[in-house]
Write a protein that binds this ligand. Structure first.
Ligand SMILES: *[C@@H]1O[C@H](CO)[C@@H](O)[C@H](O)[C@H]1NC(C)=O
Ligand SMILES: *[C@@H]1O[C@H](CO)[C@@H](O)[C@H](O)[C@H]1NC(C)=O
Ligand SMILES: *[C@@H]1O[C@H](CO)[C@@H](O)[C@H](O)[C@H]1NC(C)=O
Ligand SMILES: *[C@@H]1O[C@H](CO)[C@@H](O)[C@H](O)[C@H]1NC(C)=O
Ligand SMILES: *[C@@H]1O[C@H](CO)[C@@H](O)[C@H](O)[C@H]1NC(C)=O
Ligand SMILES: *[C@@H]1O[C@H](CO)[C@@H](O)[C@H](O)[C@H]1NC(C)=O
Ligand SMILES: *[C@@H]1O[C@H](CO)[C@@H](O)[C@H](O)[C@H]1NC(C)=O
Length: 312
């Protein structure tokens, strides 16, 4: 009898040990682990400890840029969200939201750009010129230590490895303040350039500077029109010019010339004309302005490039 009672006690203990397990509490533990941000590739990665559904990730940056995307999964069960258009150098909050066993879990990661404030590069800009060259330039930040040295990295797509600048342009003190690219490759209308400027100093870490993608077609600077000729056919002065060679095919309506006709008797008059040759009756203009009719007056041409890349 005692033995039977003992066995009963044993069973009861076993049973309560089994069912006193804090199962619901276990479920409240987030299934998201190993959340990591690659600030260069702008990818957030993580893995799960349990099966989930309804996943999304969100990035918030101080420039009020907020984006929510769905993740992709790699072969080794790593989940990836990519934010190619986000700028991370002012810091970012990243959040992964998932549903797991009916509960919603939010896991956040706060990213801060390391280094002394104001020591990173500032005033970064790039331009493409002479069809196949590109120059980028920047200035040392106002709080940059004297020994700061900057490095520029560029890549053309998310899948491409970054390459460091080959021809740096140096400022008067030997600090790198620009980069000359002499091998831009075959142009595509859709070309984008991605840049990162970081730096080193013995005194402090230097924050990096990153950007939204630069659209190559918007940073091309055109040469002046070529082969300008002015002819006079006894009633009209005819000014003709040829388009400069340009890297990207633009439909002609995107390119405007501005003609600044300066007559001796008046302030400059400006005409905005569309592309191709432009007929200009200089004699009439000169007369209207009170000048001597029929005299050839000098013409100068300036060119407008449409859409320049805004500063970051
Ligand atoms: C997750 O789901 C898959 C298929 O739906 C299943 O084979 C696997 O056992 C589940 N894993 C966990 C940890 O529940
Ligand atoms: C991240 O979130 C914290 C807390 O909500 C907030 O104080 C901070 O400004 C946020 N940072 C960014 C970069 O949005
Ligand atoms: C950066 O550009 C701004 C605006 O053009 C200018 O005021 C500032 O002096 C520049 N900073 C440096 C370090 O060149
Ligand atoms: C680009 O940089 C090179 C190398 O410093 C320089 O010779 C050239 O004048 C620059 N061109 C433009 C358009 O800024
Ligand atoms: C600068 O960026 C490059 C490219 O991502 C990286 O390899 C290098 O370690 C960075 N340097 C510093 C000092 O962070
Ligand atoms: C300039 O235009 C004239 C007249 O159309 C032409 O004969 C000449 O070949 C052109 N020169 C160049 C360098 O294109
Ligand atoms: C001069 O050229 C203009 C434009 O082609 C034409 O309208 C005009 O009749 C020409 N004048 C003479 C005298 O040929």
């Amino acid at each position: 009898m005692a033995a039977v009672l003992d066995l009963l006690t044993f069973l009861v203990v076993l049973k309560s040990a089994c069912c006193a397990q804090p199962r619901p509490a276990q479920d409240k533990i987030s299934p998201i682990i190993n959340m990591q941000l690659d600030s260069r590739k702008k990818t957030l990665t993580w893995t799960y400890t349990r099966n989930v559904s309804d996943q999304e990730c969100t990035i918030d940056t101080p420039t009020a840029y907020s984006a929510t995307v769905g993740p992709q999964v790699t072969e080794d069960h790593t989940y990836v969200c990519t934010f190619p258009n986000s700028v991370l150098h002012r810091g970012a909050n990243l959040t992964v939201k998932v549903t797991c066993d009916g509960d919603v879990f939010l896991q956040a990661l706060t990213f801060a750009n390391p280094g002394r404030e104001g020591s990173g590069a500032v005033n970064f800009s790039c331009l493409i010129y002479n069809v196949r060259f590109m120059n980028c330039s920047w200035a040392p930040g106002p709080a940059a230590p004297a020994d700061v040295q900057y490095r520029l990295f560029s890549w053309a797509s998310r899948h491409e490895a970054e390459a460091e600048c080959v021809h740096y342009i140096l400022g008067p003190t030997g600090t790198r303040v620009g980069c000359h690219f002499d091998q831009l490759g075959e142009p595509q209308r859709t070309d984008n350039y991605f840049f990162l400027v970081n730096g080193t100093s013995r005194e402090t870490a230097i924050p990096f500077l990153d950007f939204t993608p630069f659209k190559a077609v918007q940073i091309e600077k055109y040469d002046p029109p070529r082969n300008i000729t002015i002819t006079y056919n006894r009633s009209h002065h005819i000014i003709r010019w040829e388009h400069p060679e340009i890297r990207f095919d633009l439909s002609s309506h995107m390119l405007y010339y501005e003609l600044d006709i300066q007559t001796p008797a008046s302030s400059p008059e400006t005409n905005r004309v569309s592309i191709s040759s432009f007929l200009c009756d200089l004699r009439a203009r000169a007369r209207k302005a009170g000048g001597a009719g029929g005299d050839l007056v000098p013409c100068s041409l300036t060119i407008w490039a449409v859409g320049s890349q805004p500063a970051p």
